[in-house]
Ligand binder design. Structure first.
Ligand code: ADP
Ligand code: MG
Length: 843
């Protein structure tokens, strides 16, 4: 059947067979990229191009120069794209033009700068599974980062996928089938493209062989992969998939790091979103998030690093203190801080330049930027030498200099090189004598031609004699019909036109071959010199990556110091116990935003693992409860990432996980009711919390009827306080003021409320968290503020009064509940309370 195909269609089929089945093929034909069959349908609908039909075959195409516009749009839409180029000039092709797939671009294997976000990594991940265990490998082919970890807990895996912000994940058919049957694919904020590969691709020995071959090592033990077969499977599969798509080796992937998610403070995906760590909940922009306030980085690497720090605060005392020491020193020396930021600001995206250099798409300007970036390193080193904070010293030591490379590039590359090598003029005059001579020959040759024209005009006396060029027979002399009589003997006739004759001379032909030959030779030599320079630069790949890595840390630290200076942050104390004592704390985002006359009102926080385990915060709507409890979580995140914080003083006992249940995150898209979402999130907290955790609960139980909701809120609070597995630090904001009674029966629970001032029927929010309980919810006051018409407000006040009078009735009914119903709700570990008391306090 294949034989019936035209040669062109056979070529197309072959190309199609060599790419992943779910990729669309852009097939270069002359000046167009053409798509056929289903691919044409995908491309035409994604790009809104016209779909045509030829002999019943759906077709779609666009001019080749539109590739730069259309490719990003296809990839952004989550389409995998393969590009087949013409591998020879159609003019010289014998038979059908050779075509070849030169690259496959999937969301996880982008190298093109235009498609990448400078402030985010672009991770391709893979999952391998065996029994309960999962291994996750992540690869950013654009920066060269390659890591792997084993995770046993599905919840942590989901957290990690969200932290990585992965766009594409490769898994085996087997695992995909398993996920479909059981828990489903992990849910993530970004849409992930799930790419299924053969089960064999995850085979351990195959993966191990591939990695050993890639790293040119005899064993993977050096990367810490001993006894981690699952990790090796995941890592091998992901690297193989990436290099297959690139159609070349990824030589800049020089190492594989094994890491553990347990080395950082766990912020599950719900908390990442609720706390608006790197993007806002609505709109999804960086501005308005914690990162938006903290990010004063001046390089793309630094920006990516800081983002990573925000999502992965530390949980080891010494590591945090090391960062704080560095930030402190930088902050105390604002002049050097400013100078460092200015100097480092010159450095461009070294990681990605090195990536492009290695996979061959680096252009002449990349070299120039590389040289400029490396050129400032000595200055950075000198500036850093002022400091003796161990972390800064360490980073400075890791900052290698590359004088030979920067010198070589400055010598070789012209001042303002063109973007494309093929444009010529890339290599600086004076770098290669041979190139200079060829270039001179080409230009001089042109000068000689005009000399010849002048000389011949004089010799023959023909004023209109011209030396001209065409592609058919090169340089020639043209003489008009009227002057033919004066043509000398030694001219050789080549062509007769209506009004003129064209001649050549041996001298002209000799010059011609010199000029044309030297232009071509110059281009070839330039190409060769460029490749040599590239080869030379490749030798520095690892060193530049290390320097870029150190610079990323330095930039992130500078950013934290700059932010601390700008917003008057202070250094938090870090402790191993369970205290969380904050004086005059401010919400970092609101604090930075409220620069006008209205200032953010600072508040304190008092928590420890003992008598102050749970802060129960009541108060009217709009008083500032939600802001306050989020603020607590954000301050802990900042402190543990090594940042100064907006507070007069703070003592932070290390937190292992932060859990939040904040606001009504209605997930209509997932088709779950608000209340279901709320309960799922709450269940997640109760099932995973540890005594070192910080739990932030906002309005639990709001999504159902009052009694249901109150009972749930009550039981959750008790569980967090009493259960020996929890006993964590908790801030609980609630509009159920009945809950304040918990403080009387639980020694770790304390009541707080948000101060308001009443002026007649007006209320003023003071935004101050003060000890004590509220007994009113002020809902009607808020309704009035919101503009509810006066008759409605008056009627509501009357109804409220009636309800409050009748409020005792249900209590009586519940007090007569049988004793064991209440007991059944209780967990082990209750401390200071008789059963009767509980029963009485329950409502
Ligand atoms: P609640 O959860 O009690 O209903 P919110 O925390 O949503 O109240 O706060 C309501 C508004 O009050 C916020 O949008 C914020 O602008 C303002 N606010 C909250 N806390 C403070 C504060 N400490 N200082 C100044 N303004 C605040
Ligand atoms: Mg609220």
């Amino acid at each position: 059947m294949q034989d019936n195909l035209t040669p062109m269609m056979r070529q197309y089929r072959e190309a199609k067979d060599s790419i992943p089945p779910d990729a669309v093929l852009l097939f270069r034909m002359g000046d167009f990229y053409e798509e056929f069959f289903e691919d044409a349908e995908v491309v035409s609908s994604t790009l809104e191009l016209t779909l045509t039909k030829r002999q019943g075959v759906p077709m779609c195409g666009f001019p080749h120069h539109a590739l730069d516009t259309y490719l990003p749009r296809l990839v952004a839409a989550g389409v995998k794209v393969a590009v087949a180029e013409q591998m020879e000039d159609p003019k010289f092709a014998q038979g059908i033009v050779k075509r070849q797939v030169t690259r496959v671009i999937t969301p996880g294997t982008i190298m093109d700068n235009a498609l990448l976000n400078p402030s985010c990594n672009n991770f391709l991940v893979s999952l391998a599974a065996a029994k309960e265990k999962r291994a996750l490998a992540c690869l950013d082919i654009s920066t060269g980062e390659f890591r792997v970890t084993e995770i046993s807990d599905g919840h942590k895996l989901c957290t990690e996928l969200n932290r990585l912000g992965a766009r594409e994940c490769v898994i085996s058919h087997r695992l995909a089938a398993e996920l479909r049957e059981t828990d489903g694919f992990p849910e993530t904020r970004n849409k992930i493209l799930w790419t299924e590969l053969d089960n064999d691709d995850f085979d351990f020995s195959r993966a191990e062989e591939f990695l050993k071959e890639h790293f040119k090592v005899a064993t993977l033990d050096g990367f810490g992969c001993r006894n981690l077969p699952l990790a090796v499977s995941a890592a091998g599969a992901v690297l193989r998939y990436a290099t297959e798509n690139l159609r070349q080796d990824a030589k800049h992937i020089l190492k594989l790091e094994v890491y553990s998610v347990d080395h950082s403070l766990e912020l599950d995906s719900i908390s990442q979103r609720n706390l608006e760590l790197v993007e806002t909940m609505f709109g999804g922009g960086k501005s308005g998030s914690l990162l938006g306030v903290l990010d004063h980085t001046v390089t793309p690497m630094g920006g990516r690093r800081l983002r990573n720090w925000v999502l992965r605060p530390l949980c080891e005392h010494d590591a945090i203190v090391a960062r704080l020491d560095a930030v402190e020193q930088l902050k105390l020396d604002p002049l050097t801080l400013a100078e460092l930021r200015e100097t480092i600001g010159v450095v461009r995206d070294l990681e990605r330049i090195v990536g492009r250099l290695n996979i061959g798409s680096a252009n002449p300007r990349d070299f120039q930027t590389l040289a400029v970036s490396l050129g400032v390193l000595p200055g950075v080193k000198t500036l850093l030498e002022v400091f003796d904070a161990p972390l800064l010293e360490q980073l400075n030591n890791r900052l290698e200099l590359f004088p030979e490379l920067s010198e070589k590039i400055s010598q070789a590359i012209a001042d303002e090189p063109p973007a494309l090598l093929s444009d010529g003029g890339v290599i600086r005059p004076g770098y290669s004598q041979q190139l200079d001579e060829l270039r001179a020959a080409a230009t001089d040759g042109k000068g000689w031609l005009s000399q010849i024209q002048q000389r011949e005009q004089e010799r023959t006396g023909i004023k209109s004699l011209k030396v001209k060029f065409n592609s058919v027979f090169g340089y020639y002399i043209e003489v008009s019909k009227a002057n033919l009589a004066s043509v000398p003997e030694d001219y050789i006739r080549k062509q007769t036109l209506v009004n003129a004759e064209r001649f050549i001379t041996p001298e002209l032909k000799e010059l011609e071959s010199k000029i044309l030959g030297s232009e071509e030779k110059a281009r070839a030599l330039e190409y060769q010199l460029f490749q040599e320079l590239r080869e030379f630069a490749l030798g520095f790949t690892g060193g530049i990556q290390n320097a870029a890595n150190a610079l990323a840390d330095v930039d992130a630290l500078l950013s934290l110091a700059e932010c601390a200076r700008l917003h008057h942050y202070n250094r938090p104390g870090i402790f191993e116990d369970d205290r969380l004592i904050i004086k005059g704390g401010r919400h970092p985002v609101l604090d930075a935003a409220m620069t006008g006359s209205e200032k953010f009102v600072p508040n304190d926080c008092l928590l420890d693992g003992d008598r102050n385990r749970m802060m129960l915060i009541t108060g009217p709507n709009m008083a500032g409860k939600s802001t306050y409890i989020r603020q607590t979580a954000l301050l802990v995140v900042m402190a543990q990432m090594g940042s100064f914080i907006p507070a007069d003083s703070a003592e932070v006992g290390l937190v292992d996980r932060i859990f939040t249940r904040v606001g009504a995150a209605d997930d209509l898209a997932r088709g779950q009711s608000t209340f279901m979402v709320e309960m799922v999130e709450t269940a997640n907290i109760l099932n995973h919390v540890t005594p070192k955790s910080l739990v932030i609960l906002d309005e639990i139980g709001r999504g159902t009827s009052t009694f249901d909701g109150l009972s749930i809120a009550w039981a959750v609070a008790e569980f967090l306080h009493d259960d020996p597995g929890c006993r964590c630090r908790t801030q609980f904001a609630t509009h159920y003021h009945e809950l304040t009674e918990l403080a009387q029966t639980r020694r770790g629970v304390n009541n707080y409320n948000v101060a308001v001032k009443e002026y007649g029927d007006q209320i003023i929010f003071l935004r101050q968290i003060i000890p004590g309980a509220t007994d009113r919810s002020y809902g009607i006051h808020v309704a009035k503020l919101a503009g509810i018409p006066t008759p409605v407000i008056e009627r509501a006040n009357v109804i409220l009064e009636l309800l409050e009078k009748a409020a005792d009735a249900p209590r009586d009914a519940i007090a007569s509940l049988p004793r064991n119903t209440v007991k059944a709700r209780r967990k082990k570990g209750r401390e200071d309370e008789s059963d009767d008391m509980i029963q009485l306090r329950l409502l």
